[in-house]
Design a protein around this ligand. Structure first.
Ligand code: NAG
Ligand code: NAG
Ligand code: NAG
Ligand code: NAG
Ligand code: NAG
Ligand code: NAG
Length: 442
């Protein structure tokens, strides 16, 4: 029956400190699993590598995120889950993941690069001829960062000003080359990229020529002005790319500033996802409900009957926030379940509703979270805004703060049309589903 509350730890309800209400999803377990995936992401998924060369030889610069491949990766591991005990496919390591040990920035040595061997490069930033260690502190460069205006519609990320490193963070979208250190110009790029939630602008000391072709393998320097866009809010603690050696030339970075888009953005790309109606914004909260009818978080109703367990599990994706990927998982899960219904009853678990939100740990994003349900829940149930966790409980020496943002809810369009998929369960449709419109708050 549907009375069990046992889920796997990573997706479940187990509380690790008394501060957590028992129905809440254990974000600390989700985050720990996500962090181990993030640790395996290749450098190219975290930020541009060899940016000066890339951005001065390609216009517009490379795009690091591709929706069709994100969808095919996210849906490739789907297995039938017609029992409420089954957690959806756990976060899996990307097939081509490199080990974290190999994450140091690498020089690009592609075929395209070899056709430009002995190429020379020009930068748009001020040329500063001092040594790399003096270069990073030269006021000709750093004053741009300290005087930069905060662009309209953005806030400066806490402490993210004039850092000596560029961002290395999950959710990297693309890099643009700027003509001047212009925070508004970078913000304009971010505004034109629907998935962009934050950006990093910085100066990078790059070689004026291919180092291998230059005398002493240490050519003059140029100053590249980078503008990198991310599908999450940026955090100063991840401005960790302080450069690298290319032969005898030292690439270094300075004047690195990070900005985040204010408020929840609901880009139009989510208004017409096939099979789903326009999303409802849940702000900084996720749905905190499992059983229908809701009332209390118990598995049986007042007369002792088992309630319907509507929650189907969640996925944590270490890629830019993109609710379309969650939608494709929801649809693929319904199709897989429908294709292999329960042998005895002929019923299956349809995914009729999902939420997509960012889970952050201490302001650092750990993933795009997708949570799946058989029935829709409205904003009344969006009450989980995260929590503080004390990993060494009962000692309170350390605490981690889990928060949520950009939370959105999507309901299958079939509900609006009154042709909802109840998984062949007429009992469910008849007795538990009386007023679908009650679930739509917009
Ligand atoms: C769910 O798991 C519990 C405990 O392992 C088990 O007793 C129950 O039969 C399972 N329910 C289903 C539907 O598989
Ligand atoms: C630099 O020149 C070497 C030797 O000609 C070539 O193999 C390499 O691809 C070039 N690198 C770049 C980034 O153009
Ligand atoms: C929602 O979360 C974002 C990102 O953490 C934060 O900047 C904002 O202040 C939060 N809003 C509210 C109303 O708490
Ligand atoms: C069908 O729905 C009823 C509730 O309406 C539930 O008790 C029953 O377990 C469901 N059957 C299956 C096989 O899901
Ligand atoms: C959400 O649905 C419940 C019925 O399940 C209803 O009582 C409540 O008013 C609804 N809330 C909103 C915001 O529509
Ligand atoms: C995980 C982490 O280091 N998060 C940091 C994000 O940035 C703020 C402001 O600099 C820090 O307070 C957090 O510790």
């Amino acid at each position: 029956m549907r009375s069990t509350l046992l889920l796997s730890l990573a997706f479940g309800l187990a509380a690790s400190s008394p501060l957590e209400k028992r129905q809440k999803i254990a974000f600390q377990s989700v985050a720990a699993a996500a962090e181990s995936v993030i640790a395996t992401l290749p450098a190219a998924a975290l930020g541009p590598t060899n940016v000066g060369v890339v951005a001065t030889t390609q216009a517009p610069a490379t795009s690091a995120y591709n929706l069709p491949s994100a969808i095919s990766k996210a849906t490739s591991s789907i297995t039938v889950a017609n029992s409420p005990n089954t957690s959806l496919a756990p976060t899996s390591l990307p097939a081509n993941a490199k080990s974290a040990a190999k994450r140091e920035l690498e020089q690009r040595d592609s075929a395209a690069a070899s056709s430009t061997s002995c190429a020379t490069y020009t930068g748009k930033g001020p040329v500063v001829t001092s040594s790399p260690s003096a270069w990073i502190n030269d006021p000709a460069l750093t004053s741009a960062a300290t005087n930069a205006p905060v662009p309209t519609g953005y806030v400066q990320a806490d402490g993210f000003q004039n850092l000596k490193g560029s961002l290395q963070m999950m959710g990297y979208l693309t890099v643009k080359s700027l003509d001047t250190y212009d925070t508004q110009a970078c913000a304009n790029y971010c505004d034109n990229e629907p998935l962009c939630m934050g950006f990093d602008i910085y100066y990078e000391r790059d070689p004026a020529a291919n180092t291998t072709c230059s005398p002493g393998k240490n050519p003059d320097s140029i100053t590249f002005i980078g503008c990198t866009l991310y599908g999450f809010h940026v955090n100063a603690s991840l401005a960790t790319n302080t450069g690298q050696w290319r032969d005898n030339f030292q690439v270094v970075i300075t004047a690195s500033n990070g900005y985040n888009k204010v408020g929840v953005k609901h880009p139009g790309i989510y208004d017409n996802i096939p099979g789903f109606s326009k999303p409802v914004e849940l702000g900084n909260a996720s749905i905190d409900a499992l059983f229908w009818p809701p009332a209390v978080f118990d598995s049986v109703d007042a007369t002792g009957n088992n309630k319907l367990y509507t929650y189907m599990g969640m996925r944590s994706l270490q890629q830019p926030y993109d609710a379309r990927v969650c939608a494709s998982i929801c649809s693929a899960q319904t199709a897989a379940n429908k294709n292999s219904p329960d042998k005895q009853t002929g019923t299956y678990m349809p995914c009729n509703f999902f939420t997509a939100y960012v889970l952050a740990k201490n302001d650092v994003p750990v993933g795009l979270q997708c949570a799946f349900y058989m029935l829709p829940w409205n904003t009344t149930y969006a009450t989980n805004t995260g929590y503080y966790d004390y990993p060494n409980w009962p000692k309170q020496d350390v605490s981690n703060h889990y928060t949520i943002y950009n939370s959105m809810a999507f309901t299958a369009s079939s509900f609006a049309q009154g042709t909802a998929d109840f998984g062949n369960n007429n009992t469910l449709a008849g007795s538990y589903w009386t007023n679908p419109n009650a679930f739509h708050s917009s």
